[in-house]
Design a binder for this molecule. Structure first.
Ligand code: NAP
Length: 271
């Protein structure tokens, strides 16, 4: 009986059309195999997308090129999102190739480590501005850069966290940046909607990644969520990735300006 059921599911899998077949996607923010962007890239490839990855600079070039080759991505292009000339170069490279992008994922954030450990009131002016620039403004800059190659509409998705509207210990300046990012999603969604470009954020539960390790006592956040979330477990990056696939695919065609929580339900809890 079991054998029959699994044979049937394999049969269905083979028949099921892949959700991103024929679509071209750009994923910004793969640093390593633990990155949320890596899980998203894997899922996009699984669903048949042609994929371009980006890396921040020379330091990450080889690593991301190796990951791109392993994933069977089309290419990896350098792009520091704080540098307007690099964003222009990205647009030009895609234009020259004749690429029409259908899906873009912005999975980028940065704050100084000391601003994720000391009291929030001690945040420096420059640290605050840096977190906003890399983690929130960059979505505006990326949206402007990809607009010329998103000529047939599509989906722009970013990654956010509950610290945007709740106080999470040590998340501090990044919480303020995520609040700005979520507001940015709404303004962009309103403006780009008439061009059939949908803009959404996935609010992921905490996941142990390189960025997350920069937050002081991050492991205690993971433990707390696993105990209190309705599903009694932490978020699997693949759950975030499958939601990104949904948003990028035809299945998400009516969804824009939203913050979708993929967090085992933690955000509904009061106590
Ligand atoms: P990650 O693997 O460290 O990814 C962060 C990425 O941002 C890295 O690829 C990093 O590149 C890139 N980046 C930073 N500054 C950049 C710049 N100026 N230009 C281009 N790229 C830049 O960590 P992650 O956890 O997957 O983070 C991805 C997104 O998910 C972030 O927005 C994060 O806030 C969000 N998120 C994470 C969690 C979590 O618990 N992990 C939960 C909710 C939301 P380099 O490595 O080259 O610096």
């Amino acid at each position: 009986m079991y054998a029959k059921a699994s044979a049937l599911s394999r049969y269905n899998e083979n028949l099921m059309p892949r959700l991103l077949e024929g679509k071209s996607a750009l994923v910004l923010g793969v640093a390593n195999r633990w990155s949320l962007a890596y899980a998203i890239a894997q899922a996009f490839i699984r669903e048949g997308a042609e994929l371009t990855l980006t890396y921040q600079g020379e330091r990450q070039k080889q690593t991301v090129e190796d990951l791109a080759a392993e994933l069977k991505a089309h290419q990896a292009i350098g792009c520091d999102v704080t540098q307007d000339d690099q964003l222009t170069a990205l647009t030009n490279a895609l234009k020259q190739q004749g690429t029409v992008l259908n899906a873009v994922v912005h999975s980028i954030a940065f704050a100084n480590r000391e601003d994720l450990s000391r009291p929030f009131v001690e945040t420096s002016r420059s640290g605050y501005a840096l977190a906003q620039d890399v983690s929130a403004y960059s979505l505006v800059a990326v949206a402007r850069a990809v607009a010329p190659v998103m000529t047939s509409g599509g989906s722009l998705t970013t990654l956010t966290y509950l610290g945007s509207n709740r106080v999470i210990p040590n998340y501090n300046v990044m919480g303020v940046a995520k609040a700005a990012l979520e507001s940015t999603v709404r303004y962009l969604a309103s403006e780009l909607g008439p061009k059939q470009v949908r803009v959404n954020a996935i609010s992921a539960g905490p996941v142990k990644t390189a960025s997350a390790r920069g937050i002081k006592d991050f492991s205690s956040i993971l433990d707390f969520v696993a105990q209190r979330a309705p599903l009694r477990r932490n978020t699997d990056p693949l759950e975030v990735a499958d939601t990104a696939v949904f948003l990028a695919s035809r299945l998400g065609r009516g969804v824009t300006g939203n913050i979708l929580y993929v967090d085992s339900g933690f955000q509904i809890m009061g106590l």
